[in-house]
Design a protein around this ligand. Sequence first.
Ligand SMILES: [Zn+2]
Ligand SMILES: [Zn+2]
Ligand SMILES: [Zn+2]
Length: 361
Amino acid sequence: MRLFSCTNCGQLLYFENSHCEQCGLSLGFISEELTLLPIVQEGDDTYRLHGRDEKTLYRYCKNHEYNVCNWLVPNNKQIDYCTACSLNRTIPNLSKQEYRQRWNVIENGKHRLVYQLLRMQLPLASKAVNAEEGLLFDFMADDETGGENKILTGHDNGVITLNISEADDVEREMTRKGMAEVYRTVLGHFRHEVGHYYWDRLIDNTPFLDECRELFGDDNLDYQEALKVHYKDGPPIGWNTHFISAYASTHPWEDWAETWAHYLHIVDTMETAYSFGLSVHPHVAPTAAHLNTDIKVDPYNQPSFDNIITQWLPLTFAFNSVNRSMGLHDLYPFVIPVAVIDKLKFIHKVCTNAKNSITES
Ligand SMILES: [Zn+2]
Ligand SMILES: [Zn+2]
Ligand SMILES: [Zn+2]
């Protein structure tokens, strides 16, 4: 994530801020520029950008009134929702206070996801605009009337469903423990599920399919059967030399989605480190090249994934140590084997290609 600053007073801002803590001006995010800016009220619900000559007026996205969105829409467009919120089809039942809090957590994660997809310049549209190839989100709760209806988090033909219990810390942590996972977050779910979506968009029926099968395996493998085997027998012995997680070993599609999620984790975290100008130079190992780094390049403009991964390793070792100092779980509780680096490089190539083909068309 980029680091934003108030152009009125210089205060550093979080992506989720709706007003500047220092000068008090309202803030709005402009998805066209991927930037958070102070805004000045013009009419009842219209604003202009602070410090800019342009006359364009903006409104907040309709979801601003629920405190779950700080993105703006141009006032001359006949739309209620911003780029991120226009992807919602089902939202939680807001008559329940607890569900409002969950929705807030969910939207924080989803807005960060959408920021990154826009930053990567990947094809992105709501199914309302492109029924065939678009994307939609359903945020749903299990049937609470005692019925059997359990909501499964997953992706199906451009529709990402999230069980809103994932936005409750206690429920999510219990699931994480039950599934013996080292990491489980709402943002992580979104990154994984959108990986399935982009497999359909960027791999299926494209020249990349053969190379993808060489790296991730043959996706013609019976998916339901593969899941059954995984839940009955567990991952194969030695899975960690080929896969980023045990779950990735279930089926080539899951391997792709898991590795894709890690690609997004790495690139977004590297952008944050780059925004802060972070460097890692451990005093006890001043000459070890693999432990020292200065993060001076924007990961979104890197032709080669090698430059990203060589900086990622010292950075995560430092971050994990910082988290342990606070008694927290490791920031990045994974070891990336060589085979997974090759898969990440492939994803980097596919994404770079998608970006270039959009820019050229
Ligand atoms: Zn300010
Ligand atoms: Zn919105
Ligand atoms: Zn999956």
